[in-house]
Ligand binder design. Structure first.
Ligand code: SAM
Length: 289
C-alpha cells in the first residue's frame, strides 16, 4: 500500500487512539472513510470516533468481538477475496493486541488474501517507551491471570525472566498486584503508566516496594499498564544451571558425569558445577547421589 492510496481487496488492521483523538493518523482516517466494511469491537464506540473526524459510518460498521469472531471469519474472507476493502479496528489501540482480530487476520492470510497494517497507538508500546526501563528486550504478558494459583505460577516465571515485563492490569487490582509483586521482587524497578495521551496522563516510577507502598489504600483511576524490570542476569543464569544440574542428578546420573556434560553444554567451569552439585546433594534431595 502506498502513502496516497488505500488499495482494495484487502483486510487492513487499523490502529486507533488510546485516548487522544488527535492520534488517529491521516492514513487511518482515509482508510476508515473508504472501507466497504469496518469491523469494530463495539460499533457505538467506533461511531463516536468516526463522527469526531466527520467520517460517515452508514451501514458499513459490523461488530467483531470475542463472542462472534469465529463465526464472522468466513464472511470476512469472502469479502476480501471478492475485492472489498475491509478495515479492522478495536475500541482503542492496535487490534489483535489483547483485543479481537487475530483470528480474522489469520484466516484471511491462510486463504491467500492480502492483509495490511496502518500502524499507530498501542498502550503496550506507549507505556514501555516512557517507562525508563530497558526497552531492548521485552515480553508482553497481556492481562495477568486473576486466579491466585495462576497468578503465582505466572510470577514464578517472572522470577527468572530477564526481559522487561509489560502487562495490563485493571485499576481496581493494580494496588494488590503490586503488593504481591513486592513480596517477591521488592527491589526491581517498575513503572506504572496511567491514562496515556489523556488529560490525566501520569507515569510513576520507583522500586516495586516503593510503588506498592504508595498505592496502598488508595484508588487508582483510569487505564493502566505496568512495566516491570526483568530478573538480574546473574540470577537467571544461576537458576538455569542449577535447574539443568538438578534434572540430570535426579535422573540418576552421577555427579561426575553430570558435571562433565553440563560444563560442555553450558560452558560453565567444572569446579563451580561440582560445588553446586555437592550443595544440591547436601541440600537434602534424597534422589540425588
Ligand atoms: N489493543 C489495545 C492496544 O493496542 O493498546 C489494548 C487493548 S486492552 C483490552 C486494554 C488495556 O490497555 C487497558 O485495560 C489498559 O491496561 C491499557 N490501556 C488502554 N489505553 C490506555 C491508556 N490510555 N493508558 C494506559 N493504559 C491503557
Amino acid at each position: 500500500m502506498s502513502n496516497e492510496v488505500v488499495q482494495r481487496g484487502r483486510l487492513v488492521v487499523v490502529a486507533t487512539p488510546i485516548g487522544n483523538l488527535g492520534d488517529l493518523s491521516a492514513r487511518a482516517e482515509q482508510c476508515l472513510g473508504e472501507a466497504d466494511v469496518i469491523l469494530c469491537e463495539d460499533t457505538r464506540h467506533t461511531r463516536v470516533l468516526l463522527s469526531a473526524r466527520g467520517i460517515k459510518g452508514g451501514g458499513r460498521l459490523v461488530a467483531l468481538h470475542q463472542h462472534n469472531e469465529a463465526s464472522q471469519v468466513a464472511e470476512v474472507v469472502n469479502r476480501v477475496l471478492s475485492g472489498q476493502l475491509v478495515a479492522l479496528v478495536s475500541d482503542a489501540g492496535t487490534p489483535g493486541i489483547s483485543d479481537p482480530g487475530s483470528r480474522v487476520v489469520s484466516a484471511v492470510a491462510l486463504a491467500g488474501g492480502e492483509v495490511s497494517t496502518i500502524p499507530g497507538p498501542s498502550a503496550v508500546i506507549a507505556a514501555l517507551s516512557v517507562s525508563g526501563l530497558d526497552t531492548e528486550r521485552f515480553v508482553m504478558e497481556g492481562f495477568v491471570p486473576r486466579r491466585a494459583g495462576e497468578r503465582r505460577a505466572r510470577f514464578d516465571q517472572w522470577a527468572r525472566e530477564p526481559r522487561t515485563i509489560v502487562f495490563y492490569e485493571s485499576p481496581q487490582r493494580v494496588a494488590d498486584t503490586l503488593s504481591e509483586l513486592a513480596e517477591r521482587f521488592p527491589d526491581r524497578r517498575v513503572a506504572l503508566a496511567r491514562e496515556l495521551t489523556k488529560f490525566y496522563e501520569e507515569v510513576r516510577r520507583g522500586t516495586v516496594v516503593e510503588l506498592a507502598e504508595a498505592l496502598r489504600g488508595s484508588t487508582t483511576l483510569g487505564e493502566v499498564v505496568v512495566v516491570l524490570e526483568g530478573a538480574p542476569e546473574a540470577l537467571v543464569e544461576t537458576s538455569t544451571v542449577e535447574g539443568a544440574l538438578r534434572e540430570l542428578l535426579e535422573s540418576g546420573m552421577s555427579i561426575r558425569d553430570a558435571v562433565t556434560e553440563l560444563s560442555q553444554d553450558l560452558g560453565v567451569g567444572h569446579r563451580e558445577l561440582y560445588q553446586l552439585a555437592l550443595a544440591l546433594r547436601d541440600g537434602g534431595s534424597d534422589s540425588l547421589h
